[in-house]
Write a protein that binds this ligand. Structure first.
Ligand code: ADP
Ligand code: MG
Length: 259
């Protein structure tokens, strides 16, 4: 069977500037891949490209999802087919409640996956039960269901609601972009426990992070380091500890160091 995600020689431009310069990465179901790297190295560009953000233009290479080239897939199609992105900076959507947003997204996904018997819209009681269960997992109280999405949420609440979305949508490929940034230690633990509860044999996870800290809670199978739009180094979980100790400078191209 084809791997969940295969990225081959991916080159991406943003506003005419090449940011990703030949990324190769394979993620299989059941695997957690941490992508680390300095600020501005292209981590969020990779996440946005996978999600299909039209500002991010693939100029070379390909992204295969279950063996299919997804170049022409719009963001909503990618989401319906099980690709999930937790944003580094989640947007507020005043007027749309968390519950309505999630139910609409879930129903779109169920319709798409049809054949497994889930094709029908989820009933309201069934959805409530699912929401309550997943909100408990992320220690979000009930009032969040009826609040407008991310509107006035603290940084930590936004990140927990991103993982709530993941919990409800049950993706096959989850890309978590700096889900740890701005979290205090308690929120970090809650978010990590949420991710760990969702990790498992049916999902591939790309965990993007600048800091090693979250990897104390979520154990990656592989660690990759992005430097200047390339994966400069890959290894096991121990690589993250090495980076914590040595920083990123030693991996940068000589002319880039000291700038
Ligand atoms: N939407 C955008 N518009 C303009 N420049 C962008 C955009 N997204 C990313 N970039 C540029 O791409 C480079 C990599 O950014 P990013 O992918 O956000 O890095 P990271 O997530 O590793 O910090 C930066 O120079 C950034 O300014
Ligand atoms: Mg980023």
């Amino acid at each position: 069977m084809a791997a969940e995600l295969v990225i081959k020689n991916l080159h991406v431009q943003v506003e005419g500037k090449e940011i990703l310069k030949g990324i190769n990465l394979t993620v299989d179901k059941g695997e957690i891949h941490a992508v680390m790297g300095p600020n501005g190295s292209g981590k969020s560009t990779l996440a946005n490209t996978l999600a299909g953000n039209p500002k991010y233009v693939v100029t070379d290479g390909e992204i295969l999802y279950h063996g299919e080239n997804i170049a022409a897939w719009k963001p909503d199609e990618r989401a319906r087919k099980g690709i999930f992105l937790a944003f580094q900076y989640p947007m507020a959507i005043p007027g749309v409640t968390v519950a309505n947003f999630l139910r609409t997204a879930l129903n779109a996904r169920r319709k798409e996956t049809g054949s497994n018997g889930d094709a029908k819209a989820i009933s309201i009681p069934e959805f409530r039960k699912l929401m309550t269960q997943k909100m408990e997992l992320l220690k979000l109280d009930n009032t969040f269901a009826t609040r407008y999405l991310n509107d006035g949420f603290s940084g930590g609440e936004k990140k927990r609601v991103e993982i709530l979305q993941m919990a409800v949508l049950n993706p096959e490929l989850a890309v978590l972009d700096e889900t740890d940034s701005g979290l205090d230690i308690d929120a970090l633990r809650i978010v990590s426990e949420g991710v760990n509860a969702l990790a498992g044999p049916n999902v591939g996870i790309v965990l993007i992070t600048h800091y090693q800290r979250i990897l104390n809670y979520i154990k990656p199978h592989f660690v990759h380091v992005m430097v200047s739009g390339k994966l400069a180094l890959s290894g096991g979980a121990e690589l993250a500890l090495q980076l914590e100790e040595k920083g990123y400078d030693w991996l940068k191209e000589p002319e880039a160091v000291g700038k």
